[in-house]
Ligand binder design. Sequence first.
Ligand code: FE2
Ligand code: FE2
Length: 159
Amino acid sequence: MSSVKSTATWSSATDVVKHILDVHHPFVRAELPKLADLAARMGNRTVEQLVAAIADGMSTHMMKEEQILFPSIVELEQAAREKRAPHAMLCGAEGPIAQMKAEHDEARATLILLLKACDEAPYRAIRERLIAFQTDLEAHAGLEETVLFPWAIRLFDAA
Ligand SMILES: [Fe+2]
Ligand SMILES: [Fe+2]
C-alpha cells in the first residue's frame, strides 16, 4: 500500500500525476478482477453486482483521467514552465474536476454498501480485500482531491 506524501514533498503536479499512474491506477486494475473472482465464488448476486458497479465506474473514471484530465494538467504545467500558451485544453477545469469528485464519492458509497453486504464470517476473504481497496482508494482519491485537483485549478486559472 502506498502512503500519501505530504503536499510539500511534491515538486510538480506532473510528479503527482506520475505517482498516481505508477501506483494507484495499476493497483485498482490489479484488484478489480480479484474482487470479481471472490464475489463470484461467494454466489451472492448483490455482492457481484456491487463489485461490477465499482469495476465499471472506476475503469471509466481512470480512463477519463488518463486520456483527458491528466494530460491537460501536464500540458498546462509544461506550458507555464516554457512561458507559452497551452495547447487546446479542457474548457475550464472546475467542471471535469467536479465530475471526477462525484465519481470518487460514488465509488466510496458503493464500497460502504459492499462492506455492509460482506459483514459476516463467510465473507472474510473478500472483506479483507475490500478494506485494502478502500484504504488505497482513500489515499488515491484523497491525493487527487486535496493536492492534484486544487493544483490543476491554480494552473488553469494562471493560464
Ligand atoms: Fe485516479
Ligand atoms: Fe480519480
